[in-house]
Design a binder for this molecule. Structure first.
Ligand SMILES: Nc1ncnc2c1ncn2[C@@H]1O[C@H](COP(=O)(O)OP(=O)(O)OP(=O)(O)O)[C@@H](O)[C@H]1O
Length: 589
């Protein structure tokens, strides 16, 4: 057994510890069930030797009654065993799934940058289900079967060593077969699960990117990719089934061989009077009984290996440490005035590829800081360091003199409002989306925020108003409407620090004008960082930082930077001519 499998097994056992009494109940029922399996051949041997051959027909009904009684009792303990195992399995999987979900929430952005959504989904759903099957069925069946095999062998040895030894020759062959089978099948199941993840990933990606697929007419190519992945999954499954299917004939052969040997040699022992006829019948019954547990155990190696592969994938995630962590004595950030300092901050997503280098900046409380620069210069990254989506490799960031690394993450983020380039809305009502960060907000406050974000009139015009669902079953909002909704959502939390990543990028000229007015209201008294490509929108900023290639290359007011006649002034002129062109195009239309 691999070390990692053992470790995963122990980890699972630690979950079972929470349901101690149920586990004890299941263990007792497995033991009792095994005893009830072992009893009938013993009774049959006794009946044949003492009641049939011993000619005591008046007691035969008692034998029948005992056999029926055993069946009934076995039915009761089997019920307890199955119900208990399912109960424990469901509880454990509930805990694992919740922990997994919780952990995924805690993992940092860096994890999601490289993680594939389909893969994560299949770990939460298919992998936890494989584990549930193992816990509810495989673990009890396999332990019951192993106990039965050991019990049968023990009774055989107790009855007659020679006959038992004859049969025991088969055991190494069985163990060898089982070992061979499991080592072959195990990596196959790992591959099956990976292929399944790939398939989920493709479906997920195609559904998310359906617009781009249709726009670029790539349906055929995507279909071919899907067919290929689907085929590979099926091939892997079939290959695995082929290997597993060899197991049954192998076991059948061994059991058949064992029975023949016992009848051949045992028959001689009966004739020579060394064992009774009842004992031979008992032996043969036990051998026939061995078939099921041995075969089942082999088959269950399938599920066990599937579960081992699934557990590995689940625990791989659970063991990942979130990159962004609070220090042990992290403290709450008190309400801030909004002074932000970056001191010699450098950052890279991947080693040796610095995205930000030696950033120094100071924003005084209530200032509007505009960040401009070419695409890919590092503007968004600069903002993402403030709420600790990522931590700098070097340097430090302070808010009102508090180093953000020493604060609790919740208290830090609660004072920062962010409107990102892409706005994500939940499948809930408009009202719930706006109040997402402050569910207790009153309707008046929600409407007020929506008014400032210039979206109230539109919402009121909808038949269901603020109760209108967003997304599939409700209204489909435009990019600009989404951004304004996101703005209202942030306003409602009344943050002292505002990070706006191109908040007006999806707006038309008219709405942008309105939004600009709204913005000047919104940012009053708050320290605001705003990224803008349309540079005329940030002329009024207190400071403009020009970022190029991860460095601040210019810094100052609009007038200062224009007269400096460097990168900013070039970008500004380009931005103005773009505006002119788009306005002329708009007029012509
Ligand atoms: N999650 C990420 N993982 C790895 N590299 C990233 C990640 N996000 C951004 N980058 C890289 O870091 C650099 C800076 O990206 P950033 O998004 O900060 O630029 P930007 O100036 O905001 O660009 P834009 O104006 O186009 O939004 C780019 O080269 C980008 O490819």
């Amino acid at each position: 057994m691999q070390k990692s499998t053992l470790k995963r097994g122990l980890q699972l056992l630690s979950y079972a510890g929470n349901y101690g009494w149920a586990v004890v109940g299941v263990v007792i029922s497995v033991l009792m069930s095994t005893v009830f399996v072992l009893l009938p051949p013993w009774l049959i041997r006794y009946g044949i030797d003492n009641l049939i051959i011993g000619e005591k027909p008046e007691f035969l009904w008692l034998l029948g009654l005992a056999l029926v009684g055993i069946t009934l009792l076995k039915g009761v303990v089997d019920f307890a065993k199955r119900y208990g195992a399912e109960y424990i399995a469901q509880r454990i999987i509930h805990d694992v799934r919740s922990q997994l979900y919780d952990h995924l929430n805690q993992l940092s952005f860096s994890f999601y940058d490289s993680a594939r959504t389909g893969d994560i989904m299949s770990r939460i759903t298919a992998d936890t289900d494989a584990l549930r099957k193992f816990l509810s069925k495989v673990s009890v069946y396999v332990s019951g079967n192993i106990l039965t095999i050991i019990g049968i062998l023990a009774v055989m040895i107790f009855w007659n060593l020679q006959l038992a030894l004859l049969y025991l020759i088969m055991v190494p062959l069985m163990v060898y077969g089982m070992f061979k089978y499991s080592t072959q099948v195990r990596p196959m199941f790992r591959r099956v699960r990976c292929k399944f993840s790939n398939l989920t990933e493709i479906i997920q990606e195609d559904l998310n990117g359906i617009e781009s697929i249709k726009l670029f007419g790539q349906e055929k190519k995507e279909k071919e990719d899907f067919i290929q992945e689907n085929q590979e999954y099926v091939n892997t499954r079939i290959e695995t089934a082929q290997t597993s299917a060899l197991w049954m004939p192998y076991v059948n052969f061994l059991v058949g061989l064992g029975s023949s040997l016992v009848i051949w040699y045992g028959g001689r022992l009966v004739i020579s009077g060394e064992i009774s006829f009842g004992m031979l019948v008992g032996f043969i019954s036990y051998i026939a009984m061995l078939l099921r547990p041995v075969r089942q155990t082999g088959m269950m190696i399938n599920s066990a290996t599937q579960a081992a592969a699934a557990a590995e994938r689940i625990f791989d995630i659970l063991q990942m440490e979130p990159e962004i962590q609070e220090v042990d004595n992290a403290y709450e950030l008190p309400p801030v005035d909004g002074r932000v300092e970056y001191r010699d901050v450098s950052f890279s997503y991947q080693q040796d590829e610095e995205v930000l280098t030696g950033i120094n900046l100071t924003a005084k409380p209530g200032q509007l800081i505009a960040i401009v620069g070419p695409s890919g210069a590092g503007k968004s990254t600069l903002l993402h360091l403030l709420p600790r989506f990522y931590d700098p490799d070097q340097g430090e960031i302070l808010i009102d003199g508090h180093n953000i690394k020493e604060l609790t993450i919740g208290s830090l983020r609660s004072q920062i409002g962010i409107v990102l380039q892409d706005t994500f809305l939940f499948a809930a009502s408009i009202k719930d989306n706006i109040s997402y960060g402050r569910p207790e907000a009153s309707m008046e406050e929600i409407i007020e925020a929506a008014k400032i974000a210039q979206i109230n009139d539109y919402i009121q015009s909808l038949p269901l108003g603020y109760e209108t669902p967003v997304g599939e079953e409700g209204v489909n909002l435009s990019g600009g409407q989404k951004q304004r909704l996101a703005m209202a959502r942030v306003l409602l939390t009344d943050p002292q620090l505002l990070l706006l990543d191109e908040p007006t990028s999806s707006l038309d000229a008219e709405t942008e004008e309105q939004m600009q007015q709204a913005l000047s209201e919104v940012i009053k008294g708050r320290t605001t960082f705003i990224i803008a490509h349309r540079l005329w929108t940030v002329e009024r900023a207190d400071q403009i930082l020009v970022i190029d290639n991860g460095r601040i290359v210019e810094q100052g007011s609009h007038e200062e930077l224009v007269s400096a006649d460097r990168l900013y002034s070039q970008l500004y002129s380009r931005s103005l001519s773009d505006r002119l062109i788009s306005e002329t195009a708009g007029d012509k239309r």
